[in-house]
Design a protein around this ligand. Structure first.
Ligand code: GTP
Ligand code: GTP
Length: 466
């Protein structure tokens, strides 16, 4: 499961800046889509080749008046207590303050694992900056500059070393035929009703998945001869655990469920359109690169006039994900479920389809020849070669030159072209651009003339020396 790391500290020490440095590291790949709200307080850090984690910006724990008892502070505490690791952020320029001491005392009491992050050390002697905070007696202190992105790499390494071990539930996918689905959405859209409806149908075999930890719940089921695993959702939680209290909407749990699934089904309430919170859940699905199906629930409650209005509104608000299928359902009456599962299946098939290098390069050639990218200052980018770069989401690696000058509109053109050619629905598609020659040229041992001449020279030398 995605572990979580909370940023705690007094106002103005640079928590938001650090949050951005950690969560926006893949800006090149994650395009800002109009219509998507990014929740400023929650994000996912996906360091290259390392384990991803949720980052929570707890908001500043303010001065004495509101102090540790204020509403913000209460939220900060709750977030910190839920986190697997706390980054206690302080200001390296201002040095130790009374409030820092207060926060530290509280963090110690909470018993959460903690790292001290001394920020704003750009232009400072970082050893001196750390020494200032040595009296805190926190063994693990890191000097960083969030705004200059200094020290972030080593901070990330330190964080990696302190995340909890991955649980048994994470060794999820033994069965490649089983589709991992998460039903996500804000409170009251009908997740529990839908999950219960799905699990309640007779033809299905539902069972709790053994080996899942206390915090992670999954249920396997079969439907129309296909196998699914429903990943932890509020709906599942309430059903499988005897818990009277209504579980509050947890963004962390939503992010975790999204990370673990292959297909995220986002539920919307037909009578309410796409709210800010819906848009932020949508944004999280896109950031994670998951396949997406939009289920518009409570369709039963609308008159035909309202239905028309809703259709028009939704198609406007969802125009930025034209590739996602939306299905109208009623969780209450169980209508639309067959279509819902078909859409899940199509999205999964697209998201996990495999490609050969030959077909990908061919597609690139055709796209390129039929519409080459525009020249910038007299030089046009050249696209030479492409190969598949992974699934879920389908990723295409394109090699060429001057690719930095490729306009976004051209990336969108390529995306649409590939979508059409490979009939990809319900999944984001990613392109990674790499400068340089065909990387397979060297591997096939095809040497340039200069390389061949050099090689012959070396061989001659070696012979003479013998
Ligand atoms: N010199 C320098 N300034 C920084 C650095 N990080 C943040 N700042 C500045 O510090 C100020 C506060 O940064 P924020 O990230 O908003 O601080 P915060 O802790 O999130 O503040 P609250 O939202 O009030 O809790 C801004 O003016 C930043 O530009 C840094 O590494 N070096
Ligand atoms: N008319 C109508 N009402 C529905 C439908 N689905 C759910 N509801 C109602 O919407 C309310 C909320 O449903 P829940 O299933 O509890 O919503 P939830 O998303 O699980 O809510 P949280 O657990 O708070 O996140 C309940 O009163 C349901 O009866 C539907 O398809 N049609």
């Amino acid at each position: 499961m995605l572990p979580s790391v909370a940023l705690v500290g007094r106002p103005n020490v640079g928590k938001s800046t650090l949050f951005n440095a950690l969560t926006r590291s893949r800006d090149a790949l994650v395009h800002d889509e109009p219509g998507v709200t990014r929740d400023r307080h929650y994000g996912v850090c996906r360091p290259d080749g390392q384990r991803a984690f949720v980052v929570v910006d707890t908001g500043g724990i303010a001065g004495e008046d509101q102090g540790l008892a204020g509403a913000t502070a209460r939220q900060a505490r709750a977030a910190a207590e839920e986190a697997d690791l706390v980054l206690f952020v302080v200001d390296g320029r201002e040095g130790v303050s009374a409030l820092d001491e207060e926060i530290l005392a509280w963090l110690r009491k909470s018993g959460r694992p903690m790292l001290l992050v001394v920020n704003k050390t750009d232009g400072l002697d970082s050893r001196a900056a750390l020494a200032e905070f040595a009296r805190f007696g926190v063994a693990d202190a890191h000097a960083v500059s969030a705004s200059h992105r200094q020290g972030i790499g080593s901070l990330l390494e330190e964080i990696q070393g302190r995340l909890p071990e991955e649980g048994a539930a994470e060794v999820l996918d033994e069965d490649p035929d089983r589709i991992r689905v998460a039903f996500v959405g804000r409170p009251n859209v009908g997740k529990s009703t839908l999950v219960n409806r799905i699990l309640g149908e007779e033809r299905m075999i539902a069972s709790d998945v053994p080996g899942t930890t206390r915090d992670s719940i999954a249920v396997d089921l079969e439907r129309d001869g296909r196998k699914y695993r429903l990943i932890d959702t509020a709906g599942l939680r309430r059903k499988s655990r005897v818990e009277a209290a209504v579980e509050k909407f947890s963004i962390i749990k939503t992010l975790q469920a999204i990370e673990e699934c292959q297909v995220a089904v986002i539920l919307l309430d037909a009578s309410e359109g796409v709210t800010e919170q819906d848009a932020s859940v949508l944004g999280a699905v896109l950031d994670a690169g998951r396949a997406l199906v939009i289920a518009i629930n409570k369709w039963d409650g609308l008159s035909s006039y309202q239905r028309e209005q809703t259709e028009a509104l939704l198609s406007r608000r969802l125009a930025f994900v034209p590739w996602a299928e939306s299905v109208r359902i009623s969780a209450l009456h169980g209508s639309g479920l067959r279509e819902l599962f078909r859409a899940i299946h199509r999205a999964h098939a697209s998201a996990t389809r495999t490609f050969s290098t030959a077909e990908v390069t061919r597609a690139l050639e055709i796209a390129y020849e039929s519409s080459p990218p525009p020249a910038v200052r007299g030089h046009a980018p050249k696209l030479r070669f492409a190969h598949p770069g992974g699934a879920n989401p389908p990723t295409f690696v394109v090699h060429g030159s001057r690719l930095r000058t490729l306009p976004d509109s051209y990336t969108r053109y390529l995306e649409n072209f590939f979508r059409k050619r490979f009939k990809l629905v319900g999944t984001p598609v990613r392109f990674v651009f790499k400068e340089g020659e065909n990387p397979y040229r060297g591997r096939k041992n095809v040497l340039t003339e200069r390389q061949q001449a050099r090689r012959k020279r070396l061989i001659r030398h070696a012979r003479r020396g013998r």
